[in-house]
Design a protein around this ligand. Sequence first.
Ligand code: NDP
Length: 609
Amino acid sequence: MKIDPAIKTLVGDVDFDPTELQRRYDRERDIRLHPKRNKQFIEVTAEFSHYVDDPYVEPAPTRDPITDEIDILIIGGGFGGVLAGARFRQAGFDNIRIVEKGGDFGGTWYWNRYPGAFCDTESYVYFPMLEDVGYVPKQKYSPGYEIREHIHRIAKTYDLYSNACLQTAVTEVRFDSSAQQWIVSTNRGDALRANFVVIANGPLDRPKLPGIPGINEFKGHTFHTSRWDYGYTGGDEDGNLVGLADKRVGVIGTGATAIQCIPHLGASAKQLYVFQRTPAAVDVRANRPTDPEWESSLASGWHSERIENFNRVVTGIPQEVDMVSDGFTAVGRLLDPTASWAAALIGRDLTEEEGEYINEILDDKKMNEIRARIDEVVEDKATAEALKPWHRRWCKRPLFSDDYLPTFNRSNVTLVDTGGRGVERFTNHAAIVDGQSYELDCLIFATGFEVGTALTRRTGFDIVGRDGLKLSDHWSNGMRTFHGLHAHGFPNCVFMGFGQNASATNFVFILDEQSKHVAYTVKEARARGSTVVEASEKAVADYVAEVNPLAFSMNKFWVECTPSYFNGEGTPDDPNGFFANVHPAGTVGFYDMLREWREQGELSGLELS
Ligand code: NDP
């Protein structure tokens, strides 16, 4: 391709061969394409069900089943559920109940308490409702416990504890047509009647285990990172895992979770083996405390202004200033196939080829930088080489840490690179790789969460709508919604999350926007004398066509990517995949669209009765 000199100036020197690099990426991807794709993992049921027991609370004491009537019932007490509760309260609703299977609110931040858990999205944009509750996070990137406390702060401010059912798992949600109400059954024998239900149970909730032969033969201590066993390891979320001082520990996984807990395991264990299948692409973190001067300078409205700026920068909309200015804002733009930000700088529309060229070269440069940093930090040359990732930046969740790479300079830490194939098998006391046995006292699974598996398998319950229609059947070939929120046949029920919605670097932003939108919708419908809100069949059909399922997940980028849950482990055409249902408008366009829909005030697409 002949490159316009303006574009050459924009991308800078290219002192490598992009074609050769892509060939290497393709080879590395092919090695990692597991024959079973997304079916390679083990479900945490039957003999594996103890992996999801709650280690953070005593088992729930027995209580009498509850059968009362609630106006707004919310399933899930993570950010989604708590924000929905808060926004419904702000809209004037009194009778609200959250049902949550954990021992407290927090969702992902309740379960994921492993040492070193931090959020990669800047705290000043990730934390919602900062001005509503009068809080400013203590650092640019916050530890999990500060985020958890913030969720509790919102729940207390909006009185969401008083009526909550904690340690209560939903088993079925069924519409009772005669009463025009939902009946929510739980594992505590409850049959809760609700006028309106909000399903807010999160996209990465169900832990998964690697399908490694012999996994149930291993007799040492094991757990999944989302159920950290501090009773065994000692210490807390800040580390200091004194119980591991005489233990040989193995970790499976090198994803976002693993790279945060590995430095603490390396600092405390007698011996740590990191079993690597795909090397992690880890960029600089550079966390820092909140500047008190900056904090005291914040004027009313600062928070939404910063969030909006972040959303615009990461979706490639040119801004005068990048307020967050970090690793995410730097790489967010790489996903924009038209490189609209570059077009704005150059002053003309780019051809598709030019857009792809810019994104590819800047991605290559970023990844070269990440690989060069490994050579700078890791002393042993062979280990440094094995730690280098060979894929494009967004194929895996971008990672940031200043502690992960130096951990491999410790004499008690060994990287066991499995050449992309994973651990061969387990015996009752060891992991086997290339015929070599690694004896272990403890094995920790940092292997992530189910994506794209059957809905009921992930949630633990089905939703049975009008005329006995099961959601699991209704969506078996992909989601069918209006705005990602409402489904025909499921009146007075909304779904929060990514599905048929905008994808965003900041998932909490999505949840807050959805909460505001849904609270508005129900309030507005009631103001018109309607108690039932349901998406019309036509609105759903039109919307599904507009979303154009698979358009995003099937773009060349994801198809060529090394496998991860982002591309269904190499099946980007999976209609239930993580990015299979992303609305083409992008975060900013999508929420502008919802805002305009509210401003029109017609509730169009919804049937009210
Ligand atoms: P991931 O799915 O990202 O990572 C799972 C890891 O397990 C991968 O390294 C994977 O290797 C490995 N694995 C799976 N099966 C095997 C096997 N058979 N043999 C060897 N290795 C195996 O899960 P995480 O829990 O790390 O992260 C999930 C998501 O949670 C993140 O993407 C992010 O969205 C969120 N998160 C955010 C954090 C933050 O903000 N800082 C922190 C933690 C999580 P391979 O790559 O080869 O498949």
